[in-house]
Write a protein that binds this ligand. Structure first.
Ligand code: ATP
Ligand code: MG
Length: 416
């Protein structure tokens, strides 16, 4: 992509009412646009990152047998009354609206009801089970406080998978697979080290309900970490004694964290209320056992920004970066420089490297500042002086290391 043609430009300032670092940086660098509190549009750079994130999630969900679907945003009030979740007292963040004829409907904040009801048309016998379906879709929630940028939107993308199993045992087997898939997802996104499988302390679902919490000062939760087991406890009740669920160590480290995902045993809560049953091998009627597994895509993207950003701007891990290389040419107005950088650009593209090519006619200092703000993992600088030495300059955005090298070494650096 030629940066001169990229429709977003970097900005000196984010909107004054934007208090979250992730949104400030993403707005200034041209990834997102703020429409109102908790509501953000995604621009070309931002959409590229979102697509990288969703592809990692897709890949891992497909690997455990997930099948992608796409449910509706408009939801039937009757189903939610059956599970006793329509009333504002039960779920207080519903966006509700009315059809022309006065019928009340809800904008999806989650999809247990709709999908459980849908499955009644497809699950009849034990042969139809298990089913693992997921979607990546916009959710609407009237969040009371939306001060965490894209980490807490009123409209946001969520991956939600729902599992339908014939009994607790087969549910538990899948649950473990899903847990591992989540570990893979956060590792691939570069936040594995800072992400802890987090147990709720106590509670009836504690064995089969886990949060994935990533430590960051922007987090709204406090978790208690056992570094040895790389696991944490989220204690909601003050004063109780907290121990590591694996090694029982009580010497845990407190840290702020954000919930990037969760996995949950639903048991028969929804299948019973909505009558999702099947005939088992002996012809007996049984209730389907369910689980749900969520990840907030914007939440993850915002968390990555919060975790890695430095004073100069965003620092993307390679797998989610909008481009792998930021090719910055100094002196593009000179014919020989332009010719060489154009060539280098084509060569990188031939090797399937995603490149943002800063071909703009602006001061070098501005180019470097923009490059740091945008946060692409590798910056390659070409100038007339470097050309005379048959060298380029390569900067690793994460470590800050800058090295002069020839083209061959550069390709090696990029693992070509
Ligand atoms: P929280 O306690 O942070 O409000 P939640 O318990 O309401 O989260 P779920 O309903 O389980 O979250 O949603 C699944 C996932 O969706 C969460 O783990 C989180 O990653 C993401 N998520 C939830 N609410 C939001 C939001 N308002 N904006 C962005 N992502 C969200
Ligand atoms: Mg919530």
């Amino acid at each position: 992509m030629l940066q001169s043609k990229l429709f977003t430009k970097t900005r000196k300032e984010a909107p004054k009412d934007e208090v979250a670092l992730n949104a400030q940086l993403l707005i200034r660098a041209g990834y997102i646009h703020k429409e109102m509190a908790g509501v953000y549009s995604f621009l070309p750079l931002g959409l590229r990152v979102m697509n990288k994130i969703s592809n990692i999630i897709r890949h891992e969900m497909n690997a455990i047998g997930g099948q992608e679907i796409f449910l509706t945003v408009l939801q039937d009030k009757n189903l939610w009354e059956k599970t006793d979740r329509w009333d504002d007292g039960k779920v207080d963040n519903w966006f509700k609206t009315k059809l022309k004829n006065g019928t009340e409907i809800g904008l999806g904040s989650t999809h247990e009801e709709e999908l459980t009801a849908l499955m009644r048309d497809y699950i009849r016998s034990w042969r139809d089970l298990p089913v693992y379906t997921y979607q990546i879709q916009t959710k609407f929630r009237n969040e009371a406080r939306a001060k965490s940028g894209i980490m807490r939107g009123r409209e946001f993308l969520m991956k939600d998978l729902y599992s339908f199993s014939k009994d607790e045992k087969s549910h538990a087997e899948f649950y473990e697979k899903a847990k591992q898939a989540y570990v893979n997802i956060f590792n691939r996104m570069g936040i594995g080290e800072k992400t802890y499988i987090t147990h709720a302390s106590g509670g009836i679902f504690s064995k089969y309900s886990h949060e994935f919490q990533t430590t960051t000062s922007a987090g709204e939760d406090i978790i208690h970490i056992c570094e040895k087991c790389h696991i944490a406890v989220n204690a909601e009740i003050k004063g109780e004694e907290i121990a590591c669920p694996i090694c029982t160590n009580k010497d845990l480290k407190q840290d702020k964290a954000v919930e990037v995902g969760n996995i949950f045993n639903l048991g028969t809560r929804f299948s019973e209320a909505l009558d999702l049953t099947y005939q088992d091998e002996n012809g007996e009627k049984k209730v389907v056992v369910m689980g749900c597994y969520g990840i907030g895509l914007g939440r993850v993207m915002g968390t990555i920004v919060e975790v890695f950003a430095d004073e100069a701007g965003i620092v993307w891990p390679e797998e989610v970066a909008p481009y792998r290389v930021h090719l910055v040419s100094i002196g593009n107005d000179k014919e020989i420089v332009k010719k060489y950088v154009d060539q280098l650009y084509s060569k990188l593209l031939e090797h399937n490297i995603e490149v943002l090519y800063d071909d703009r006619d602006v001061r070098p200092g501005e180019k470097f500042a923009d490059s740091d703000l945008i946060g692409i993992p590798w910056r390659i600088v070409v100038s007339e002086k470097l050309m005379s030495e048959k060298m380029i300059e390569m900067k690793n955005r994460k470590t800050g290391e800058v090295k002069k090298m020839d083209e061959k070494e550069m390709l090696k650096c990029l693992k070509i």
